[in-house]
Design a protein around this ligand. Structure first.
Ligand code: P6P
Length: 355
Protein backbone atom coordinates (compact mmCIF):
# COMPACT_ATOMS: atom_id res chain seq x y z
CA UNK A 1 0.00 0.00 0.00
CA UNK A 2 1.64 3.25 -1.04
CA UNK A 3 1.97 5.92 1.67
CA UNK A 4 -0.84 8.50 1.12
CA UNK A 5 1.70 11.32 1.05
CA UNK A 6 3.79 9.55 -1.61
CA UNK A 7 0.72 8.93 -3.77
CA UNK A 8 -0.26 12.61 -3.59
CA UNK A 9 3.28 13.60 -4.69
CA UNK A 10 3.09 11.16 -7.61
CA UNK A 11 -0.39 12.39 -8.39
CA UNK A 12 0.86 15.97 -8.36
CA UNK A 13 3.80 15.22 -10.65
CA UNK A 14 1.55 13.26 -13.02
CA UNK A 15 -0.95 16.09 -13.15
CA UNK A 16 1.85 18.56 -13.78
CA UNK A 17 3.22 16.42 -16.63
CA UNK A 18 -0.27 16.49 -18.10
CA UNK A 19 -0.58 20.29 -17.89
CA UNK A 20 0.40 20.83 -21.47
CA UNK A 21 0.13 24.17 -23.21
CA UNK A 22 -3.12 23.40 -25.02
CA UNK A 23 -4.78 22.16 -21.80
CA UNK A 24 -3.59 25.27 -19.97
CA UNK A 25 -5.06 27.55 -22.65
CA UNK A 26 -8.49 25.93 -22.24
CA UNK A 27 -8.16 26.27 -18.45
CA UNK A 28 -7.23 29.95 -18.92
CA UNK A 29 -10.26 30.57 -21.11
CA UNK A 30 -12.41 28.38 -18.81
CA UNK A 31 -14.31 27.36 -21.88
CA UNK A 32 -14.38 24.66 -24.51
CA UNK A 33 -16.25 26.79 -27.05
CA UNK A 34 -15.10 27.15 -30.67
CA UNK A 35 -13.09 30.31 -30.00
CA UNK A 36 -11.27 28.72 -27.05
CA UNK A 37 -10.55 25.65 -29.12
CA UNK A 38 -9.18 27.87 -31.93
CA UNK A 39 -6.84 29.74 -29.58
CA UNK A 40 -5.74 26.48 -27.99
CA UNK A 41 -5.01 25.06 -31.44
CA UNK A 42 -3.11 28.22 -32.42
CA UNK A 43 -0.95 28.01 -29.30
CA UNK A 44 -0.35 24.35 -30.12
CA UNK A 45 0.84 25.32 -33.59
CA UNK A 46 3.17 27.91 -32.10
CA UNK A 47 4.51 25.19 -29.82
CA UNK A 48 5.08 22.95 -32.86
CA UNK A 49 7.01 25.77 -34.57
CA UNK A 50 9.06 26.18 -31.41
CA UNK A 51 9.91 22.49 -31.31
CA UNK A 52 10.99 22.48 -34.95
CA UNK A 53 13.17 25.59 -34.46
CA UNK A 54 14.61 24.25 -31.19
CA UNK A 55 15.49 20.98 -32.87
CA UNK A 56 17.27 22.79 -35.73
CA UNK A 57 19.15 25.10 -33.39
CA UNK A 58 20.34 22.18 -31.26
CA UNK A 59 22.16 20.58 -34.18
CA UNK A 60 22.68 23.49 -36.61
CA UNK A 61 26.42 23.40 -36.01
CA UNK A 62 26.51 19.87 -37.46
CA UNK A 63 24.28 20.64 -40.45
CA UNK A 64 25.72 21.93 -43.71
CA UNK A 65 24.09 25.21 -44.70
CA UNK A 66 22.20 25.76 -41.44
CA UNK A 67 24.31 28.60 -40.08
CA UNK A 68 25.71 31.80 -41.48
CA UNK A 69 24.24 34.46 -43.72
CA UNK A 70 22.08 34.05 -46.81
CA UNK A 71 23.68 37.07 -48.48
CA UNK A 72 20.25 38.76 -48.58
CA UNK A 73 19.07 41.88 -46.75
CA UNK A 74 15.61 41.99 -45.17
CA UNK A 75 13.03 44.76 -45.07
CA UNK A 76 14.80 46.05 -41.94
CA UNK A 77 18.01 46.53 -43.95
CA UNK A 78 19.63 43.80 -41.87
CA UNK A 79 21.71 40.89 -43.19
CA UNK A 80 19.59 37.76 -43.10
CA UNK A 81 20.78 34.61 -41.33
CA UNK A 82 19.89 31.21 -42.75
CA UNK A 83 18.21 30.46 -39.42
CA UNK A 84 16.00 33.56 -39.82
CA UNK A 85 14.72 32.16 -43.14
CA UNK A 86 14.27 28.64 -41.78
CA UNK A 87 12.34 29.84 -38.72
CA UNK A 88 10.17 32.14 -40.79
CA UNK A 89 9.29 29.26 -43.12
CA UNK A 90 8.50 27.03 -40.13
CA UNK A 91 5.86 29.46 -38.85
CA UNK A 92 4.32 29.66 -42.34
CA UNK A 93 4.30 25.88 -42.72
CA UNK A 94 2.70 25.10 -39.37
CA UNK A 95 -0.13 27.56 -40.04
CA UNK A 96 -0.72 26.80 -43.74
CA UNK A 97 -2.87 23.72 -43.13
CA UNK A 98 -4.34 25.00 -39.86
CA UNK A 99 -7.55 26.70 -40.96
CA UNK A 100 -6.85 29.07 -38.08
CA UNK A 101 -4.63 31.97 -39.01
CA UNK A 102 -5.50 34.17 -41.95
CA UNK A 103 -2.37 36.31 -42.13
CA UNK A 104 1.21 36.07 -40.93
CA UNK A 105 3.20 39.28 -40.43
CA UNK A 106 6.88 38.72 -39.81
CA UNK A 107 10.00 40.76 -39.30
CA UNK A 108 11.42 38.81 -42.22
CA UNK A 109 8.66 39.62 -44.73
CA UNK A 110 7.98 43.05 -46.24
CA UNK A 111 4.26 42.30 -46.61
CA UNK A 112 2.03 39.90 -44.64
CA UNK A 113 1.69 36.33 -45.91
CA UNK A 114 -1.95 35.54 -46.67
CA UNK A 115 -3.57 32.14 -46.27
CA UNK A 116 -6.75 32.91 -48.24
CA UNK A 117 -8.64 29.76 -47.38
CA UNK A 118 -8.48 30.80 -43.72
CA UNK A 119 -9.70 34.31 -44.29
CA UNK A 120 -13.31 34.82 -43.32
CA UNK A 121 -13.57 38.09 -41.41
CA UNK A 122 -12.73 37.89 -37.74
CA UNK A 123 -10.00 35.34 -38.16
CA UNK A 124 -6.62 35.62 -36.51
CA UNK A 125 -3.37 37.23 -37.55
CA UNK A 126 -0.07 36.05 -36.14
CA UNK A 127 2.70 38.65 -35.89
CA UNK A 128 6.13 37.30 -35.11
CA UNK A 129 9.87 37.72 -35.05
CA UNK A 130 10.94 34.21 -36.00
CA UNK A 131 14.46 34.47 -34.61
CA UNK A 132 15.15 37.38 -32.29
CA UNK A 133 18.83 37.93 -31.62
CA UNK A 134 20.05 36.02 -34.64
CA UNK A 135 23.54 37.48 -34.20
CA UNK A 136 23.81 34.92 -31.37
CA UNK A 137 22.93 31.90 -33.52
CA UNK A 138 26.38 31.15 -34.94
CA UNK A 139 28.01 31.41 -31.50
CA UNK A 140 25.50 29.15 -29.72
CA UNK A 141 24.13 31.81 -27.41
CA UNK A 142 20.47 32.23 -26.56
CA UNK A 143 18.00 33.40 -29.19
CA UNK A 144 14.22 33.61 -29.16
CA UNK A 145 11.02 33.84 -31.16
CA UNK A 146 8.43 36.48 -30.28
CA UNK A 147 4.74 36.21 -31.20
CA UNK A 148 1.57 38.23 -30.97
CA UNK A 149 -1.99 37.23 -31.88
CA UNK A 150 -4.54 39.73 -33.14
CA UNK A 151 -7.99 39.43 -34.68
CA UNK A 152 -8.57 40.85 -38.16
CA UNK A 153 -10.61 44.03 -38.00
CA UNK A 154 -12.85 44.47 -41.05
CA UNK A 155 -11.76 44.09 -44.66
CA UNK A 156 -8.17 43.97 -45.83
CA UNK A 157 -8.83 44.65 -49.51
CA UNK A 158 -5.51 46.14 -50.51
CA UNK A 159 -3.58 43.32 -48.84
CA UNK A 160 -1.75 45.90 -46.76
CA UNK A 161 -3.13 44.69 -43.40
CA UNK A 162 -3.72 48.30 -42.38
CA UNK A 163 -6.04 47.03 -39.63
CA UNK A 164 -2.88 45.85 -37.83
CA UNK A 165 -1.87 49.48 -37.27
CA UNK A 166 -3.57 49.47 -33.89
CA UNK A 167 -2.21 49.90 -30.35
CA UNK A 168 -0.85 46.88 -28.52
CA UNK A 169 -3.90 46.71 -26.28
CA UNK A 170 -5.61 45.01 -29.22
CA UNK A 171 -3.49 41.90 -28.77
CA UNK A 172 -5.41 38.74 -27.86
CA UNK A 173 -2.31 36.80 -26.86
CA UNK A 174 1.43 37.37 -26.80
CA UNK A 175 4.53 35.49 -25.81
CA UNK A 176 7.94 34.26 -26.70
CA UNK A 177 10.07 31.14 -26.91
CA UNK A 178 13.56 31.29 -25.40
CA UNK A 179 15.98 28.79 -26.94
CA UNK A 180 18.46 28.41 -24.10
CA UNK A 181 19.79 25.50 -22.02
CA UNK A 182 16.15 24.48 -22.08
CA UNK A 183 13.46 25.69 -24.46
CA UNK A 184 10.99 27.84 -22.55
CA UNK A 185 7.68 29.16 -23.84
CA UNK A 186 6.16 32.13 -22.01
CA UNK A 187 2.69 33.41 -22.91
CA UNK A 188 -0.31 35.38 -21.77
CA UNK A 189 -3.92 35.56 -22.93
CA UNK A 190 -4.45 38.60 -20.74
CA UNK A 191 -4.95 36.42 -17.66
CA UNK A 192 -1.45 36.41 -16.22
CA UNK A 193 1.91 35.26 -17.54
CA UNK A 194 2.80 31.56 -17.55
CA UNK A 195 5.89 29.59 -18.53
CA UNK A 196 6.33 26.13 -19.98
CA UNK A 197 9.46 24.05 -20.46
CA UNK A 198 9.88 21.70 -23.40
CA UNK A 199 10.33 18.13 -22.22
CA UNK A 200 12.11 16.57 -25.22
CA UNK A 201 11.32 13.08 -23.94
CA UNK A 202 7.59 13.87 -24.20
CA UNK A 203 7.82 16.38 -27.05
CA UNK A 204 5.51 18.55 -24.96
CA UNK A 205 5.73 21.95 -23.29
CA UNK A 206 4.98 21.27 -19.65
CA UNK A 207 3.76 23.91 -17.21
CA UNK A 208 6.64 25.34 -15.17
CA UNK A 209 5.33 28.53 -13.53
CA UNK A 210 1.94 30.26 -13.42
CA UNK A 211 1.14 33.95 -12.86
CA UNK A 212 4.73 35.14 -12.98
CA UNK A 213 5.17 38.55 -11.32
CA UNK A 214 8.07 40.88 -12.15
CA UNK A 215 9.61 42.18 -8.88
CA UNK A 216 8.78 45.88 -8.41
CA UNK A 217 12.52 46.60 -8.48
CA UNK A 218 15.56 44.57 -9.52
CA UNK A 219 19.35 45.01 -9.78
CA UNK A 220 19.66 44.45 -13.54
CA UNK A 221 19.93 47.21 -16.10
CA UNK A 222 20.19 45.86 -19.63
CA UNK A 223 21.33 48.22 -22.37
CA UNK A 224 23.99 48.36 -25.08
CA UNK A 225 26.35 50.93 -23.56
CA UNK A 226 28.27 50.99 -26.84
CA UNK A 227 25.54 53.37 -28.01
CA UNK A 228 26.31 55.87 -25.20
CA UNK A 229 27.66 58.44 -27.67
CA UNK A 230 24.38 58.29 -29.64
CA UNK A 231 21.96 58.81 -26.74
CA UNK A 232 20.05 61.84 -25.51
CA UNK A 233 21.60 63.45 -22.43
CA UNK A 234 18.70 62.14 -20.30
CA UNK A 235 19.69 58.51 -20.96
CA UNK A 236 23.36 59.30 -20.35
CA UNK A 237 22.36 60.84 -16.98
CA UNK A 238 20.45 57.67 -16.08
CA UNK A 239 23.46 55.51 -16.98
CA UNK A 240 25.78 57.74 -14.91
CA UNK A 241 23.31 57.36 -12.02
CA UNK A 242 23.40 53.54 -12.05
CA UNK A 243 27.20 53.65 -12.45
CA UNK A 244 27.45 55.68 -9.25
CA UNK A 245 24.93 53.83 -7.06
CA UNK A 246 25.38 50.46 -5.37
CA UNK A 247 22.99 47.65 -6.14
CA UNK A 248 22.97 47.71 -9.95
CA UNK A 249 24.47 45.15 -12.30
CA UNK A 250 24.71 45.21 -16.10
CA UNK A 251 23.49 42.28 -18.16
CA UNK A 252 23.15 42.44 -21.96
CA UNK A 253 23.06 39.39 -24.22
CA UNK A 254 22.31 40.95 -27.62
CA UNK A 255 19.01 39.05 -27.72
CA UNK A 256 15.97 40.90 -26.43
CA UNK A 257 14.09 37.73 -25.46
CA UNK A 258 16.87 36.46 -23.17
CA UNK A 259 17.41 39.87 -21.59
CA UNK A 260 13.68 40.31 -21.03
CA UNK A 261 13.28 36.80 -19.59
CA UNK A 262 15.94 37.52 -16.97
CA UNK A 263 14.14 40.71 -15.99
CA UNK A 264 10.74 38.97 -15.95
CA UNK A 265 12.09 36.55 -13.34
CA UNK A 266 14.62 38.66 -11.39
CA UNK A 267 13.52 42.26 -11.93
CA UNK A 268 15.32 45.23 -13.40
CA UNK A 269 14.99 47.18 -16.65
CA UNK A 270 15.84 46.71 -20.32
CA UNK A 271 16.17 49.75 -22.49
CA UNK A 272 16.83 50.37 -26.15
CA UNK A 273 16.50 54.14 -26.53
CA UNK A 274 16.52 56.14 -29.72
CA UNK A 275 19.99 56.81 -31.13
CA UNK A 276 21.52 59.26 -33.60
CA UNK A 277 21.47 56.53 -36.26
CA UNK A 278 18.01 55.21 -35.26
CA UNK A 279 16.05 58.05 -33.57
CA UNK A 280 13.01 55.74 -33.22
CA UNK A 281 15.20 53.01 -31.72
CA UNK A 282 16.04 49.67 -33.28
CA UNK A 283 13.32 47.38 -31.93
CA UNK A 284 10.16 46.84 -33.92
CA UNK A 285 6.86 47.82 -32.38
CA UNK A 286 4.16 45.31 -33.32
CA UNK A 287 6.07 42.03 -33.24
CA UNK A 288 8.84 42.72 -30.71
CA UNK A 289 8.04 45.51 -28.24
CA UNK A 290 4.23 45.28 -28.08
CA UNK A 291 4.11 41.54 -27.28
CA UNK A 292 6.71 41.93 -24.52
CA UNK A 293 4.94 45.04 -23.21
CA UNK A 294 1.72 42.98 -23.01
CA UNK A 295 3.58 40.38 -20.93
CA UNK A 296 5.31 42.99 -18.77
CA UNK A 297 2.01 44.61 -17.78
CA UNK A 298 0.35 41.24 -17.22
CA UNK A 299 3.24 40.40 -14.86
CA UNK A 300 2.82 43.64 -12.88
CA UNK A 301 5.65 45.45 -14.64
CA UNK A 302 5.71 48.38 -17.05
CA UNK A 303 6.69 49.17 -20.63
CA UNK A 304 7.04 52.56 -22.30
CA UNK A 305 8.80 54.42 -25.04
CA UNK A 306 10.33 56.50 -22.25
CA UNK A 307 7.56 59.06 -22.74
CA UNK A 308 4.41 57.04 -23.50
CA UNK A 309 2.86 53.73 -22.39
CA UNK A 310 4.08 51.26 -25.01
CA UNK A 311 0.69 49.57 -25.47
CA UNK A 312 -0.87 52.96 -26.36
CA UNK A 313 1.50 53.57 -29.27
CA UNK A 314 -0.22 53.40 -32.69
CA UNK A 315 2.17 52.17 -35.41
CA UNK A 316 2.26 54.21 -38.63
CA UNK A 317 3.53 51.23 -40.64
CA UNK A 318 3.88 47.47 -40.25
CA UNK A 319 7.62 47.56 -39.48
CA UNK A 320 7.54 50.68 -37.30
CA UNK A 321 10.30 50.90 -34.71
CA UNK A 322 10.04 52.28 -31.19
CA UNK A 323 12.29 53.19 -28.29
CA UNK A 324 11.69 50.69 -25.46
CA UNK A 325 12.02 50.86 -21.68
CA UNK A 326 10.57 47.70 -20.08
CA UNK A 327 10.70 45.77 -16.83
CA UNK A 328 10.14 46.43 -13.13
CA UNK A 329 7.76 49.30 -12.51
CA UNK A 330 10.11 51.23 -10.22
CA UNK A 331 13.06 50.85 -12.61
CA UNK A 332 11.09 51.87 -15.69
CA UNK A 333 9.78 54.89 -13.78
CA UNK A 334 13.32 55.82 -12.75
CA UNK A 335 14.38 55.94 -16.41
CA UNK A 336 11.24 57.92 -17.27
CA UNK A 337 12.01 60.41 -14.48
CA UNK A 338 15.41 61.20 -16.01
CA UNK A 339 13.70 61.79 -19.39
CA UNK A 340 10.98 63.97 -17.84
CA UNK A 341 13.49 66.04 -15.82
CA UNK A 342 15.68 66.56 -18.86
CA UNK A 343 12.70 67.53 -21.02
CA UNK A 344 11.52 70.00 -18.35
CA UNK A 345 14.95 71.58 -18.12
CA UNK A 346 15.11 71.87 -21.91
CA UNK A 347 11.72 73.63 -22.00
CA UNK A 348 12.76 75.98 -19.17
CA UNK A 349 15.97 76.86 -21.02
CA UNK A 350 14.07 77.48 -24.24
CA UNK A 351 11.52 79.69 -22.46
CA UNK A 352 14.39 81.73 -20.93
CA UNK A 353 15.92 82.17 -24.37
CA UNK A 354 12.56 83.28 -25.82
CA UNK A 355 11.76 85.85 -23.05
P1 P6P B 1 22.34 45.91 -30.64
C1 P6P B 1 18.56 41.58 -32.15
O1 P6P B 1 19.03 42.00 -33.42
C2 P6P B 1 17.76 42.71 -31.58
O2 P6P B 1 16.67 42.99 -32.42
C3 P6P B 1 17.30 42.38 -30.17
O3 P6P B 1 17.08 41.04 -29.97
C4 P6P B 1 18.45 42.88 -29.32
O4 P6P B 1 18.04 43.29 -28.04
C5 P6P B 1 18.97 44.07 -30.12
O5 P6P B 1 18.59 43.86 -31.48
C6 P6P B 1 20.47 44.16 -30.05
O6 P6P B 1 20.84 45.31 -30.79
O7 P6P B 1 22.30 47.19 -31.42
O8 P6P B 1 22.58 46.12 -29.17
O9 P6P B 1 23.26 44.85 -31.23
Amino acid sequence: MQHPEASSINEHSLDRDCTTLSRHVLQQLSSFNAEAQDISAIMNRIALAAKLISRRLSKAGLMAGALGFTGETNVQGESVKKMDVYANEVFISVFKQSGLVCRLASEEMDKPYYIPENCPIGRYTLLYDPIDGSSNVDINLNVGSIFSLRQQQGEDLEGEAKDLLQPGDQQIAAGYILYGPSTVLVYSLGKGVHSFILDPSLGEFILAEENIQIPQHGPVYSVNEGNYWQWDESIREYIRYVHRHEGYTARYSGALVGDFHRILLQGGVFLYPGTVQKPQGKLRLIYESAPLAFLAEQAGGKASTGNQRLLDVVPDKLHARTPLVIGSTKDVELVESFIQDWTRRQLETESLIVT
